[in-house]
Design a protein around this ligand. Structure first.
Ligand code: TXA
Ligand code: MG
Length: 337
């Protein structure tokens, strides 16, 4: 299969969206831009189309997909027994980088929810995604458009690196504005529970609802995690990554590895300290929002032909920095406290 690269040019935006909508209606898989990361989309009511997503990604079939819709009305057509606080959350944060886990009414294909009774659903704010959803008039299941276990894609180029020849098309909407995946909030209980951290923080949700909790996804004792995806290896670059939480140990860690003859790549969260010299030194950018935008692009940019190991400085857990830290902890082969 040759993957179509559908460019969004000002004058021909509609043409590309129309082609993408047509492919989706035919049961094909199309990568779509969203404000968080690119998604691998298919008709959520078509079990065979959804199966193609799992195949293209190499995704375990017990990991459910998020469904994307354009309006609040379309969201309520897919769920039941929603809590009172849901409308407040939707009115404050949607369209935007937040996914609600709710009781499914069974209208979508069963492989989307991986057999769960709940459904993850979100209204993206990216204009191209919204226009596509309005035109296609179907709920679209879309996980991040990376190969399972790899960093999520934030450009069409990243999608093509992982998916070329495996999917019908990628709709190129430029770089993602947020850079990390949506905040996933379980709304099946009395108070909202965050299953995955994102740009919308616990404090943001608390301000609207007055209560929130965060699931401890690192607790290995929980055999059946609420968010099945959190138990899998994630976001791993092509080169092993060591996450260093105590910045004062950074220089020592780099020197140790270099003395062993290893080619060390360094990823710092702030501007480059003069004292750090290594094969390849890159900076996430310093400000939290900027770090999120750069994160996956930089993780993907370290290649085994250039470096043997990445030493990465942990960002401070502030705002979206908490989500960045969470992703880096999952990407790391080793964490130094
Ligand atoms: O920003 C995003 O959310 C992106 C864009 C494309 O929308 N999508 C994304 O999808 O990150 P994915 O499949 O890479 O991650 C979805 C996460 C997984 O950890 C999955 O287990 C969880 O959401 N999830 C989906 N449905 C769920 C459900 N019913 N209950 C609990 N967790 C669910
Ligand atoms: Mg993903």
């Amino acid at each position: 299969m040759v993957t179509k690269h559908l460019l969004i040019e000002q004058c021909r935006m509609n043409e590309s969206i129309q082609i993408a909508a047509k492919l989706l209606r035919k049961g094909e898989v199309v990568a779509i831009p969203t404000e968080t990361v690119y998604g691998l989309g298919a008709d959520a009511t078509n079990e065979r189309a959804v199966e193609k997503i799992f195949q293209a990604k190499g995704r375990p079939s017990d990991n459910p997909l998020i469904v994307h819709i354009a309006t609040k009305k379309a969201l309520f057509e897919l769920v039941m027994d929603s809590p009172d606080y849901l409308e407040d959350l939707i009115d404050h944060f949607s369209p935007g980088p937040i996914t609600y886990v709710l009781k499914s009414n069974g209208k979508i294909a069963s492989n989307v929810t991986a057999g769960l009774s709940t459904l993850g659903v979100r209204i993206p704010s990216n204009e191209i995604a919204l226009e596509l959803l309005r035109q296609v008039k179907l709920p679209i299941a879309a996980p991040s458009a990376n190969l399972s276990g790899k960093p999520s894609p934030t450009t069409a180029q990243h999608v093509l690196e992982d998916m070329h020849g495996k999917i019908a098309a990628v709709l190129d909407g430029g770089s993602s504005e947020v850079g990390v995946e949506s905040t996933v909030v379980d709304c099946t209980g009395e108070i909202p529970t965050i299953l995955r951290l994102g740009k919308i923080t616990a404090e943001d949700i608390n301000q609207v609802v007055g209560a929130v909790q965060i699931v401890d996804t690192n607790n290995k004792k929980i055999k059946k995690p609420k968010s099945p995806g959190m138990k899998y290896k994630h976001y791993a670059p092509d080169v092993p990554l060591i996450l260093v939480k105590d910045s004062s140990k950074l220089k020592m860690m780099i020197e140790q590895r270099e003395n062993k003859g290893e080619r060390v790549g360094v990823l710092v969260s702030l501007t480059l300290p003069e004292t750090i010299r290594a094969k390849k030194v890159k900076s996430l950018g310093g400000k939290e929002d900027e770090m999120a935008i750069n994160l996956y692009n930089l993780l993907r940019s370290f290649k085994p032909k250039e470096v043997d190991i990445i030493i990465c400085e942990a960002p401070l857990p502030k705002g979206i920095g908490t989500a960045i830290l969470d992703r880096l902890e999952r990407a790391a082969t080793k964490i130094i406290d």
